[in-house]
Design a protein. Structure first.
Length: 161
């Protein structure tokens, strides 16, 4: 069952590379008492994710934060080494959280997993964005096609804030 507006996010632990090395970040730490934009991608370094989805959030970071958002995070079913390399190469390290959902635990718990084995990727996350307030989903935007980043892009979330 897919998570819906009004639902509380399930408890999960992510790995994240920081300037001080790898850290574990829980949903409680990331979302409790905060207003957070979370967007997910099928995979770090994949074309739509790297050329369209992530750059929109980095370019609009200040505008999103100016709308009363405390934090922005991107999630992918990749390991923390890959997410850390993506953060570094994109210029996003220290600007937004790059969360590794290495075992797809969170992704499956929210019902937004997709089997992309046909494309050689295995189980991944659907492409989506959500606004989360104090751990509760306030808006949810899921792409119909993993190759598109329109309803889940930064411009769309800005309109919802």
């Amino acid at each position: 069952m897919t998570i819906a507006i009004g639902d509380k996010l399930p408890a999960a632990t992510f790995k994240e590379k920081t300037t001080d090395g790898p850290v574990e970040t829980t949903t409680e730490q990331l979302f409790a008492g905060k207003r957070v934009v979370l967007f997910a991608v099928p995979g770090a370094f994949t074309p739509t994710c790297s050329l369209n989805h992530l750059p929109g959030y980095l370019e609009n970071r200040d505008a999103i934060l100016a709308k009363g958002v405390d934090d922005i995070a991107v999630l992918a079913v990749n390991d923390w080494h890959v997410m850390g390399a993506w953060a570094q190469s994109s210029g996003g390290l220290g600007k937004i959280h790059f969360l590794a959902d290495w075992d797809a635990g969170f992704t499956k718990a929210v019902g937004l997993d997709v089997d992309l084995s046909g494309g050689g990727l295995g189980v991944r996350s659907k492409r989506y964005s959500m606004l989360v307030e104090d751990g509760v989903v306030k808006s949810l935007n899921v792409e119909e096609s993993p190759g598109q980043a329109t309803v889940s892009g930064a411009a769309a979330i800005l309109e919802q804030l």
